[in-house]
Design a protein around this ligand. Structure first.
Ligand code: ZN
Length: 141
């Protein structure tokens, strides 16, 4: 189960719609508990891919580096995953997403943005044994 605050989820939605028709992307900061993965906040990133931004994404490595450094403050929080949008496509991992998935335990949140509006938000986690994405449940509190 991936737990979001309403406010964080809303903020990601607004960002995804603003970046349409391009893919948005960003990092999810939070922690694992015995039962859940809790998202505490998100850090948006420019999509720095050199390919077509409507079909793929790349998080700015400098942002990831800075975030990792900032999280060394003993708060117990870490990068638990990332999110990106699929403009005018379903919230299902693409072939390219599968090719880029190699880090276990990392949550992938995909937002489907149809004609500029977010209609679906689905979290996945990469299963390194089966080399596929498992769908997670989402909970808003
Ligand atoms: Zn994708």
């Amino acid at each position: 189960m991936l737990v979001f605050s309403n406010q964080t989820l809303k903020s990601i939605k607004v960002f995804a719609e603003r970046e349409y028709p391009y893919e948005c992307c960003g990092l999810l900061i939070g922690k694992h508990t015995s039962t859940d993965i809790q998202v505490k906040r998100h850090i948006s990133s420019p999509n720095v891919t050199r390919e077509d931004k409507r079909e793929t994404f790349e998080i700015d490595p400098k942002i990831r580096f800075d975030v990792m450094r900032d999280l060394e403050d003993g708060s117990g929080l870490s990068i638990i995953g990332h999110y990106h949008s699929h403009p005018d496509e379903a919230a299902i991992p693409s072939k390219k997403d599968l090719e880029m998935a190699f880090e276990p335990e990392l949550v992938w949140v995909i937002l489907s943005v149809i004609k500029g509006s977010v209609i679906d938000i689905v979290p996945f986690i990469y299963n390194t044994e089966q080399k596929m994405f498992d769908r997670l449940q989402i909970k808003i509190n």
